[in-house]
Design a binder for this molecule. Structure first.
Ligand code: SPV
Ligand code: MN
Length: 622
């Protein structure tokens, strides 16, 4: 208390001690002493506090106002544009083994290193102490969080993305069950971007539910409640029998005003947000879901209340809802886009002419500008983003804040897959779905993480980057979760990226995904037939033709259907071999049923090949 009294002014001190929680006070005092900020601000979640942080971001130069009211732009450093897997590690004690796919560091060693990095790191900076709730407040799902950050941009982003939790902390009083995030952007350069990238670290302490992040600003490394919180949440979920998933939640609007809620897991930049934003449907969330069994049903909530969305490719034709929001006077933080002198914003893939010069994540930018590595710098970074609250969207689902969540009737898995999976298929049952769709998910790497793009990566449930438990255990927990449910969601796999084998062209259009979801709604409600193939149930041509006509007013040809839904036996077999190899070699605790289910699928594929050859028209299975 002495430290708090000494380092906080009276107003901020009083805000803090309204929360009667000595464990919280000790924690805050410890990091004020260590990080040594020049000033401390405590947010009580009030309008004034939120406005204070918004203004601070502009005053500090971390954000700059744009032409449209409420819009600002923020830049991350040129080499700080994505999640840093290499330097994101779990602090583990000697007796903990998370398996070879999760990055770890000895707990004592890691704590020492990060505390040395954090020492005096906030000198000259203001520290913002903010309280939030993951999930709707006052619900079985909610987890309170405290964020310490010296970045006004991070605090501002969190005020847009998360529900305020100050009152919740007051209500709960003495407790040590809450997540803690300590972030510092570190020393800044003249562009107000983190300077000491070599000392960029994200260290996760599961024993204390604490995540440390330093010398970075990119949201995926810094916004505590986003990806940092997923790690302790997965850990708690595993112990308590619920799920923390990298999933969208949306309502599919079917016949007779029916709404079918689904969740969908996609790796970053594989169409998750654009799926959640489909016109005619409603969005509950676009990134992270908590799923619990309640009275025999799977119920899901959105952990967030805003979107940190990818802006690349958003255009007025394919994404009318997002386009409208991005051009209206809402509170939006654009990051790593191109800005012209008048404060207009541009990005790759928009249907507007891009100016030849402006300002972007590389500083002053002109067409043809190259970076140190000799690579041409695009007008905006492929991982450029926008941050906006969900209530800006006309397609917001009314259940966003429902403390009971929504009932999940279908779970969808999808990745960036150019050659194997059909556009949509339904698993035979829960176990088949979890194993051959979720646990076998692969995706070609994108710009959302640092590293070479395009390589095929194993990414179970699209959650690998965030897993804090061994992979086998995570698969097992998913299998068991289904057992508890009286009504199990159906499991589907989608693929928006399948290409023509010969020409390499995409076989489906961006807007076609709408049809796959309408079909999913029909299947969930027992209103559509399906064709059984070796890998799952696929739609009939007649049903799709009807849906394409009704929903998109498009003539859907048999040729397209056959090309899209052709079962590619060699690619599917190769995939099974790859997945088995990974589980055999890298996942010590693989549930044995995984190999059994994959072998059965392999057998079905071999039998089909025997009868119909390597590339099989869906009509062969009718
Ligand atoms: C993702 O990459 O999955 C995102 C953005 O949703 S990040 O915050 O970087 O994780
Ligand atoms: Mn994500």
């Amino acid at each position: 208390m002495g430290v708090l009294k000494e380092r906080l002014d009276e107003k901020n001190y009083n805000k803090l001690i309204r929360i009667k929680n000595s464990y919280l006070h000790k924690f805050i005092a410890k990091y004020i002493e260590l990080c040594n900020p020049t000033k401390v601000f405590v947010s009580d979640g009030s309008k004034e506090a939120i406005e204070y942080i918004r203004r601070a971001a502009i005053k500090n130069g971390e954000e700059t106002p744009l032409a449209i009211e409420g819009h600002t732009v923020h830049f991350d450093g040129y080499y700080d544009q994505a999640r840093d897997r290499e330097n994101t590690k779990f602090l583990v004690s000697k007796d903990t083994d998370l398996g070879p796919s999760l990055r770890t560091i000895d707990r004592e060693k890691g704590l020492k290193e990060i505390h040395e990095i954090l020492k005096d790191i906030m000198k000259g900076h203001e520290l913002y102490i903010c309280f939030y709730s993951l999930g709707p407040a006052n619900s079985i799902f909610s987890i309170p969080c405290v964020q310490l950050t010296d970045s006004s941009y991070v605090a501002h982003s969190e005020n847009i993305l998360y529900r305020q939790g100050y009152e919740e902390f007051i209500r709960r009083g003495e407790t040590n069950y809450f997540f803690k995030f300590v972030h510092s952007e570190g020393e800044l350069d003249e562009r107000k971007t983190s300077k000491n990238i070599d000392k960029r670290r994200v260290y996760i302490d599961l024993e204390e539910d604490t995540v440390y992040s330093a010398n970075t600003q990119y949201g995926g490394n810094t916004i505590g409640l986003k990806k940092l919180a997923m790690r302790p949440a997965i850990n708690h979920a595993a112990k308590e029998g619920w799920l923390t998933e990298h999933m969208l939640i949306m309502g599919i609007h079917g016949p007779k005003n029916r709404v079918t809620y689904i969740t969908g897991a996609f790796p970053s930049m594989c169409g998750k947000t654009s799926t959640a934003m489909l016109e005619g449907e409603t969005i509950v969330g676009d990134d992270i879901a908590y799923i619990r069994e309640i009275n025999g049903e799977a119920r899901a909530v959105n952990v967030e209340k805003g979107v940190f969305g990818i802006i690349k490719g958003i255009n007025s034709k394919d994404d009318p809802i997002q386009w409208k929001v991005l051009h209206s006077p809402n509170e939006i933080i654009f990051s790593n886009v191109l800005v012209d002198e008048a404060g207009n914003v541009y990005w790759q893939g928009m249907d507007r002419e891009i100016p030849d010069k402006g300002y972007n994540h590389s500083g002053k930018w002109w067409k043809g500008k190259k970076d140190k590595e000799g690579r041409e710098i695009p007008c905006s970074h492929p991982n450029a983003r926008f941050t906006v609250a969900l209530d800006a969207f006309e397609n917001l689902d009314p259940n966003l804040d429902n403390p009971e969540g929504v009932r999940v009737d279908a779970i969808v898995y999808g990745g960036r897959d150019s050659d194997t999976w059909v556009p949509v298929q339904e698993a035979f049952d829960w176990i088949h779905g979890i194993i051959t769709k979720g646990a076998s998910l692969e995706s070609e790497r994108t710009a959302a993480v640092l590293g070479k793009e395009g390589e095929r990566e194993f990414n179970p449930m699209s959650n690998l980057d965030f897993l804090s438990i061994p992979i086998g255990k995570y698969v097992q927990i998913n299998l068991e979760f289904g057992k508890k449910l009286k009504k199990k969601p159906k499991i589907f796999a989608v693929n928006y990226f399948i290409k023509n084998k010969e020409t390499g062209e995409y076989l489906t259009e961006k807007t076609d995904k709408k049809i796959w979801y309408k079909w999913i709604d029909l299947r969930v409600n027992n209103e559509a037939e399906a064709i059984e193939t070796p890998t799952g149930y696929i739609p009939t041509y007649e049903d799709l033709k009807k849906l394409f006509k009704e929903v998109l007013d498009k003539e859907y040809s048999k040729e397209d259907y056959i090309k899209q839904f052709m079962i590619r036996v060699p690619e599917n077999l190769a995939k099974i071999e790859r997945i088995k190899k990974i589980y055999n070699e890298r996942v010590k605790d693989t549930p044995p049923v995984l190999f059994k289910i994959l072998d059965e699928e392999r057998k079905r594929l071999l039998d089909a090949r025997e009868k119909y050859g390597e590339y099989i028209s869906p009509y062969n299975f009718e």
